[in-house]
Design a protein around this ligand. Structure first.
Ligand SMILES: C[S@@+](CC[C@H](N)C(=O)[O-])C[C@H]1O[C@@H](n2cnc3c(N)ncnc32)[C@H](O)[C@@H]1O
Length: 521
């Protein structure tokens, strides 16, 4: 093992530069290839819950108990490390559905997708599903890191957000972001406070500076030194001292210093009036931070450290704010932080959050996993319920299409119509990010089985545009022509299928049938 760097704070370790390089270089490819996890943080249930939280917060403010709102001025929602943009798209669609309430109240949201990757930001600007939101002024973008000093300049409007420039409170959203940016590690408890100093080692072949591709070969080893005021910052140092004095065993507690600095910068933009909503793999309780493994990054293309949400909650509360969280054992930790207000100032948001704790938007995932284990065919009714329960997540189509398809044609008209409506809504939630999976084909085949042939042909066309020609696509469109008694058209379509795969038996058989029916008197 070669030593790459020694005796530094974890937040000063080279791995964070490598992390930035990884994302800057990969851009949208980090997700289209399925390398970096993203399903749960972009889930329609989560986007819906947070659109609702944002609206509840704003309504509280309008009622006069929260931060003042200037009607007519936009309320900026800044998403950090927004990646695919899928969460923002789904959030905006939910807000759009409430326009009839928000418009007359003079409430206008402006969602700002931000990321450090230039190619990611370029991808958003070209994305046809985002175009209507750009056109209406509801969406803007910035290639920006809240960890750097550069101002937040919105690319479309040209607006520069600087400290104090926002007329209204700011809403910040960060999914899988706290665990992505710099963190420190402390050994605390029983009165002791020791800072972890890292030695970064690499088992990668060859010499020279490590690259992001070396992530699986890098390891962090720690030595601990006693510290008193590690940050020279009252709130942070008090927090560390609290951990040292109140934990009755020794724990290895990460401090998400990158996220803390980022949130402070953002809070300044709105002069201390901010709602933050975070979702991450992390802990809401410091006793979860057991041994030194806390200082070992998890590698999944990029790398991540568990987020210490307990620290963020304590910091906000110590500074006069309020925090909300979901169940400590939930699959994904969800946290909302509001600066300089108490829960009683926010009755709407507090009530909404109590409901979220009972019906955690992410826990649907456990039910799905169980059903996914089965191999049996499923009925359209169950499929439709799964779509509804997921807030119409297209992922349900990916996972269950082959199990429901054989049952669709024989289902009753009522069940097929319900399924058609649910599929339409799921299709609206489908935000294309260049994945290899041809989900468009899966949707098209379901519309075909339901008997909505026009919709099926439209989606087969989208499948061809995004994923290229396929013999089964031409064959399936041919079958629609055959069923519509358009024999010449059907024969031409089967020919296209056979040109791509001359021995495709279904196309041969159906072509022969079309020829026969055409010749029939
Ligand atoms: C784990 S991904 C999460 C993406 C998305 N929020 C999601 O949940 O699917 C982390 C994102 O943060 C961005 N990122 C990484 N380091 C950053 C930094 N220092 N400043 C801003 N964005 C950063 C990456 O480009 C990437 O899009």
């Amino acid at each position: 093992m070669a030593v790459v760097q020694s005796d530094v704070r974890l937040s000063e370790c080279l791995i964070w530069d490598l992390q930035r390089k990884y994302y800057a270089k990969k851009g949208p490819e980090a997700w289209s290839t399925g390398t970096v996890p993203m399903w749960i943080t972009n889930h329609p249930r989560l986007a819906g819950a947070f659109a609702q939280a944002a609206v509840s917060f704003v309504l509280d403010c309008l009622r006069g108990s929260g931060h003042p709102i200037r009607a007519g001025e936009p309320i900026h929602v800044v998403e950090l490390g927004a990646g695919t943009g899928r969460f923002g798209f789904r959030f905006l669609r939910r807000i759009e559905a409430l326009e009839h309430v928000l418009g007359p109240l003079g409430v206008r949201f402006r969602y700002v997708l931000t990321d450090i990757s230039k190619s990611t930001v370029k991808g958003w600007r070209k994305h046809e599903q985002l175009a209507p939101f750009f056109a209406s002024g509801q969406l803007d973008v910035a290639c920006w890191s809240p960890l750097d000093d550069a101002p937040l300049t919105l690319e479309v409007s040209g607006e520069r957000l600087v400290p104090g420039s926002l007329a209204n409170p700011l809403i910040v959203i960060a999914n899988y972001f706290v665990d992505t940016v710099a963190t420190d590690l402390f050994r605390v408890g029983q009165g002791a406070l020791d800072e972890g100093r890292v030695t970064l080692k690499s088992s990668a072949e060859g010499q020279g500076k490590p690259k992001p591709a070396d992530f699986p070969h890098l390891s962090c080893e720690y030595e601990y030194v006693a510290v008193d005021a590690a940050y020279g910052d009252e709130l942070l140092d008090d927090l560390l001292r609290w951990y040292a004095d109140n934990l009755d065993e020794t724990y290895h507690v990460p401090i998400p210093i990158g996220a803390i600095r980022a949130l402070r910068r953002l809070e300044d933009l709105a002069a201390g009036r901010m709602l933050v909503r975070l979702a991450d793999k992390g802990a809401l309780d410091p006793s979860k931070f057991g041994g030194e493994e806390q200082g070992t990054p998890v590698v999944h293309g990029s790398l991540s450290f568990d987020a210490n949400f307990d620290a963020l909650r304590r910091l906000f509360e110590a500074d006069g704010g309020v925090s909300y969280a979901n169940h400590p054992r939930a699959h994904l930790s969800l946290v909302a932080l509001v600066s300089k207000l108490r829960a009683t100032d926010l009755p709407g948001l507090s009530a909404m959050w109590a409901d979220l704790v009972l019906r955690d938007p992410c826990e649907h995932h456990g039910v799905l996993q169980e059903i996914q284990k089965g191999k049996d065919k499923i009925k359209p009714r169950l499929f439709t319920s799964l779509l509804r329960d997921s807030a119409f997540d297209p992922h349900i189509v990916s996972k269950f299409q082959s199990r429901v398809l054989p049952n669709v044609e024989k289902a009753g008209a009522g069940a097929r119509e319900k399924m058609r409506l649910a599929l339409e809504t799921a299709w609206e939630q489908h935000f294309y990010i260049g994945e290899d999976e041809d989900i468009e084909f899966l949707f098209a085949a379901l519309f075909f089985a339901i008997g909505d042939y026009d919709r099926s042909i439209q989606l087969y066309d989208v499948s061809r545009e995004r994923h290229g020609e396929h013999h089964v696509t031409w064959h399936n469109i041919g079958v629609i022509s055959l069923r519509r008694d358009r024999y010449d058209e059907a024969i031409a379509l089967f020919d296209k299928s056979l040109a791509l795969k001359p021995d495709y038996a279904a196309a041969k058989k159906n072509r022969a049938l079309a020829v026969k029916l055409k010749g029939a008197p």
